[in-house]
Design a protein around this ligand. Structure first.
Ligand SMILES: [Zn+2]
Length: 212
């Protein structure tokens, strides 16, 4: 069965070796703004302790974005942004949303709910909606621009970027104002977020923090 195959030591070692050999190199930024500045803005908004050093890297794998605490240095962390969004036509409000979401993980860590670890507990969603008033529009833009590249992973409580995303990389992203008008129009479907909304109904499961 799948379980025994997955648990076989040789198979696990092989997977780890392939992961190491495929370790992605950080990319140069093609964003239309400095993501580091957005992280600093988010730090101020969320009143993150000044002593914490926040690094940033663009990498072509795994989640759309995540934050990792450095295991060797308590006072350092890194926000990773997927290369799928490393383009000049990724709207600044979406990037600002991502910066706030990731740093919010520092303020509101995951916790156990009904015997299961939850990376985005209800209070996380409440805080995110409070500090990102444009959250529904941002999620809608992500759905329209990247929804077909994302795969929901219940175990990791987040969305992974599918393989082969580079094949559609040349297609332009939708314009932010166009999406705003679309959402505002009555012709738009009543539940436009259905493809991005995870089964538990939480808006905040788009990204996930790596375990600290
Ligand atoms: Zn998250």
């Amino acid at each position: 069965m799948t379980l025994s195959r997955t648990a076989h030591p040789a198979r696990i070692q092989g997977q780890a070796r392939r992961r190491r050999s495929a370790a992605p190199q950080p990319q140069l930024s093609f964003l239309n703004c400095r993501f580091e500045s957005l992280l600093e803005d988010a730090r101020g908004t969320l009143e993150i302790e000044p002593a914490l050093r926040i690094h940033f890297a663009i990498v072509p794998f795994d989640f759309l974005a995540c934050i990792q605490r450095d295991r060797r240095a308590e006072s350092e962390c890194t926000v990773l942004l997927h290369a799928l969004l490393n383009r000049p036509d990724t709207p600044r409000p979406v990037l600002a949303h991502i910066a706030l979401h990731e740093l919010l993980h520092l303020k509101i860590p995951g916790r156990e709910i009904d015997g299961q670890y939850c990376k985005h507990p209800p209070e996380f969603g409440v805080a995110e909606r409070a500090c990102v008033p444009w959250l529904p529009l941002s999620l809608e833009w992500i759905h329209l621009a990247c929804g077909h590249h994302l795969r929901h992973c219940p175990q990791q409580q987040g969305f992974r970027v599918k393989r082969g995303w580079q094949r559609c990389y040349a297609e332009p992203f939708p314009d932010w104002e166009l999406v705003r008008r679309l959402v505002d129009s009555r012709a738009y479907p009543a539940h436009p977020h259905r493809l991005l909304q995870p089964p538990d109904g939480s808006w905040s499961s788009l990204w996930t923090a790596a375990p600290c």
